[in-house]
Design a protein around this ligand. Sequence first.
Ligand code: IMP
Length: 424
Amino acid sequence: MKNFKTLVVVGLQWGDEGKGKVVHYLSRNADYIVRYQGGNNAGHTVVVNEKEYILHLVPAGILENKKCVIGNGVVIDPEALYNEINWLNSIGIKVSPKNLFISNHAHVILPYHRFLDAVREKTQNIGTTQKGIGPCYADKYARSGIRICDYLEKDTFLDLVNKNLDEKYPLIKEFISRDELLKKIINQHRLYSNFIKPFVVDTTDLLIKVITSGKKVIFESAQGTMLDVDFGSYPYVTSSNPIAGGIPIGTGLALKYVNKIVGIAKSYTTRVGEGPFPTEIKQQKLQEFLRTQGKEYGATTGRPRRCGWFDSVVVRYAIKINGIDELILTKLDCLKGIEPLKICIAYKYKSKLLYDFPVSRKLQHSVKPVYIKTGGFKENIRGITKYDQLPNNVKKYVQLIEKYCGIKINMISLGRDRNEIIFR
Ligand code: IMP
């Protein structure tokens, strides 16, 4: 995994696959780490020497002193960015315009987006993170969005804010008066615009130069394939394209710059928020056991994640959509003590077997998983660094995943710390 010019790291389930740890680990071999979509709805957890760091906007490579880029496809809440940069600096991780570059094309999340998120949630019930992500992307496509370059021009910004408030204020008037909202936006702008300015560049130009000069780049996705707005479990998705196909649009880089694509799958499945989840574990005790072992609580919202069995229908589909070259399996240690282990190999709808994730929302909600069972393990596998030293049942589980996903697993993560990894 050292041998790449550009490497994409994508999640193959509903997010929270452990991308933070993997990107942090792989970033040792890279020069630049790039985010290309999402916003501060993401929560990338990285553990270094038992210390936990949760990053929302700044790529995980910052913890390795790598240069980091926030591409045009990301939506940026200036307040969240300001807080994250200040927090990183306060704990001794230096972030400055020398190692963080923000696209002038990226769209800005403003307080009215967060209110709109709350309003829409009442009728849609998606279980969003309430960070204003969906409304901000909606504005981008409705051509009423405000980009970072607009944010940095005060008169342009104020003009656009007033136009947006004319349109949106009637929808959110239950939360705040218009004057108060405008005052809040202007105050925030005063605090954050000068702060953000030195970080802002044409990140497309920068990345083309970086890649053509032979530097190594990792693209870090947020969320996961099943949350992709085009290919996920629509409408229970986020509002951007976490799949590898999101990179050209979310960075401005031409297709030819994307080389190797690595997929991350957790050894079981989780999702936060509402929506179909065919392999969700119904037994409350087992659900809680797995949630506790895997520390399955949202890194951004703290919500308990829904837990389920490994779903090879989902992962096969994600491998296809992303064109995955290599698979990384994470959190294998968290399955300790579960007997038996189950892997979903297909779905059943009425009497028909389905091997592909269905596009119909009716089917997504009504399919029944078809499982194979395999023996569990009781041994503590953390600290093992050689595949051959794993208990036989663990190896069998890994091999079954490989068989049903049709791809070799090259790296297995079995602990929170960065070095708890097996290479094959
Ligand atoms: P939004 O991205 O806040 O609009 O939320 C849409 C859906 O994506 C909800 O189900 C969220 O729980 C989910 N989601 C957003 N970001 C993440 C993430 O980083 N991990 C897991 N789920 C996420």
